[in-house]
Design a protein around this ligand. Structure first.
Ligand code: HEC
Length: 139
């Protein structure tokens, strides 16, 4: 190699090092960026999956009886503590079931049974079972 050729190589080498090697050689020299880790969710939640946010909270399972009790809470309290209607806390399943069936059949239990007649008339046998189960087990 002559001295003249050597002088030509220097600017060429400088040019090459200044440029992105990926562009010169057409191949990827730098390793690809780390891919974002996939997050596994306990439960599939479309909003969370799209937004990629925090994992879904465990869903609270609401029993049929609990849902149906929502309409009773205004008179008997959220925890069966009583209010306009008597306290339901501590009552046995058979007791509640018996009362609700009696009200459904328009039987007089206490002085204010009329208030429960309209309530119980809307309840099916399945509703009475669900409600009695919920009230006796939860309060
Ligand atoms: C508008 C208010 C009101 C609503 C709503 C209501 N209750 Fe009552 N409930 C009463 C009253 C007042 C009594 C007492 C009736 C009597 O004198 O016999 C009563 C009595 C009862 C009793 C008998 C309690 C006992 O110790 O003898 C049960 C059981 C009961 N209700 C369950 C329910 C359920 C279940 C629901 C919802 C489906 C409900 N109530 C909705 C007012 C209400």
């Amino acid at each position: 190699m002559t001295r003249k050729n050597l002088w030509l190589l220097i600017p060429l080498a400088m040019l090459l090092t200044a440029c992105d090697p990926n562009k010169i050689f057409g191949t990827r020299v730098t390793p690809p960026k780390e891919q974002p880790k996939t997050v596994e969710y306990e439960l599939f939640s479309p909003t969370v999956a799209i937004a990629g946010g925090a994992p879904a909270k465990p869903v609270k399972v609401v029993s049929a009886g609990e849902k149906k009790y929502a309409g009773c809470a205004s008179c008997h309290g959220g925890n069966g503590e009583g209010g306009i209607g008597p306290k339901l806390q501590g009552q046995a399943l058979s007791y509640i079931k018996g009362r609700l069936t009696a009200y459904k059949n328009k039987e007089k239990v206490g002085r204010q049974s009329v208030m429960m007649w309209s309530q119980a008339s809307l309840l099916s046998d399945a509703d009475i079972n669900d409600l009695s189960e919920y009230i006796s087990e939860s309060f």
